[in-house]
Design a binder for this molecule. Structure first.
Ligand SMILES: Cc1cc2nc3c(=O)[nH]c(=O)nc-3n(C[C@H](O)[C@H](O)[C@H](O)COP(=O)(O)OP(=O)(O)OC[C@H]3O[C@@H](n4cnc5c(N)ncnc54)[C@H](O)[C@@H]3O)c2cc1C
Length: 398
């Protein structure tokens, strides 16, 4: 019987793992992909969808057609690692190896009222957010975005460009995007202010209530109230509790802690990729939750599953950073360049060129999936595996 490999989560990481593993395994493995829905979500474009952009609809079964990967549209609600079983909506799926590609969600548990009165850029929330934004725009209301990280910045800039007459406030508890170079940060700050965004850095949000956000400035005990026809919470990410509940070793954010072969430190029959994984020791540099990291992890994990099956030596995950890209609406963007180890280079591309490259990179993420499916992406892009003597072959507990 063929070895069963289940991949849970059909985002950038899960889909690429499935497509690449299918190419590597050439029919030798039984590969299954389970995802909550049949549609692939372009998460990097959710801020565009929120202001009304119609995103193309990408069907996962269609992307997988002809690859031999079987697809199940179901939400997993339990894992029994001792039995090698995944539970999803009353059904049980056995596996020999599991790849967790569960992604992340915006964490709205951090401030009272956020869950009840704020929207997020999660794909299942965005349709309601879009409706609410349209209503607020018609009523000449205002929007408050909480979170000065990349998704909060992108959201505020998108709103200011789409509806320049709608007052937008951006609250950031620290300075804007502290991980960016000074030049990139300055550019973004200037752009937001010129677009009319009211920017408050060092603003700690205390509570969100219907129609308003309470916050205080760093060092001040006085709370301020910003009126919000809509509040968009972009203040941090959290990962599914499923891995922790199953007994996997996780970090404080509930990401699965993996070694440099992307296998769980506590359960080697489980690998984790993308936002759901935390590589122990950070040997591969500073990894941000991002598509670029998700895609590289996926390719590495798929290759290692195939290598184990072929009794070849696994190769460690190596990530070489190129830069961080941020859109500021449709006409402006910033590519903040990095050294390969992820450190800031103090060199960026901005303005229309920044927007052009950012759009190219967003398209690349989907193109990369299609290229893998069509067999156009070279398998040799990763270091060729070395044959191991049988006794030294990596072992996976059944
Ligand atoms: C607004 C926004 C803009 C962003 N912009 C950028 C950007 O410009 N560049 C960049 O690199 N990154 C960006 N990111 C981050 C990037 O989107 C994530 O890092 C990336 O999506 C991670 O890929 P993933 O495959 O790990 O997770 P995801 O893309 O989140 O996919 C996870 C999948 O798992 C499924 N799933 C989860 N739980 C279950 C379950 N229990 N059962 C079944 N299926 C399940 C989900 O439905 C989803 O399909 C942005 C994020 C947001 C929110």
């Amino acid at each position: 019987m063929k070895r069963q490999i289940t991949i849970l989560g059909g985002g950038y990481a899960g889909l690429l793992t499935a497509l690449r593993l299918a190419r590597r395994a050439r029919g030798q493995l039984d590969i299954r992909l389970i995802n909550g829905s049949e549609l692939f979500v372009e998460r990097v474009r959710q801020h565009q969808a929120a202001v009304g952009a119609r995103l193309r609809s990408l069907s996962i079964p269609r992307l997988l057609a002809g690859t031999g990967v079987s697809f199940v549209a179901a939400r997993a609600d339990g894992l029994d690692l001792a039995r090698g079983e995944l539970h999803a909506q009353g059904r049980r799926f056995g596996f020999d190896e599991l790849v967790l590609a569960l992604g992340s969600r915006v964490d709205r548990s951090l401030v009272p009222g956020a869950r009840e009165h704020a929207f997020s850029l999660d794909a299942d929330i965005v349709p309601a957010l879009r409706e609410r934004l349209l209503a607020v725009e018609r009523a000449r209301g205002s929007v408050v975005v909480v979170g000065g990280g990349l998704s909060g910045i992108e959201m505020a800039a998108e709103l200011a460009e789409r509806w320049p007459h709608v007052p937008v406030t951006l609250l950031s508890h620290s300075q804007l995007a502290p991980e960016l170079s000074r030049g990139a940060r300055e550019y973004i700050r200037r752009h937001l202010l010129q677009s009319g965004v009211q920017l408050h850095e060092g603003a700690r949000v205390q509570q969100i209530e219907p129609g308003a956000v309470w916050w205080s400035s760093e060092g001040s005990a006085t709370a301020q109230r910003s009126v919000a026809g809509v509040c968009i919470w972009a203040g941090g990410f959290a990962v599914s509790s499923l891995p922790r509940e199953a007994g996997l070793l996780v970090n404080a954010r509930e990401q699965v802690i993996v070694g440099d072969h992307l296998r769980s430190l506590s359960h080697p029959q489980v690998s984790a990729v993308g936002d759901a994984a935390d590589v122990e020791g950070g040997a591969s540099g500073r990894l941000h939750l991002s598509c670029k990291v998700a895609i590289y992890m996926a390719a590495s994990a798929a290759d290692n599953v195939a290598r184990r099956h072929q009794r070849l030596a696994e190769a460690p995950f190596v990530f070489s950073d190129g830069g961080v890209c941020i859109s500021l609406g449709r006409r402006t963007g910033v590519i903040d360049r990095r050294w390969p180890d992820g450190s800031v280079r103090e060199q960026s591309i901005d303005g229309r060129s920044g927007a052009f490259f950012k759009e190219l990179i967003c398209r690349y993420t989907v193109l990369r999936l299609r290229a893998e499916r069509a067999g156009l992406w070279p398998l040799s892009a990763l270091e060729a595996p070395r044959q191991l003597p049988t006794s030294a072959a990596p072992r996976i507990a059944a």
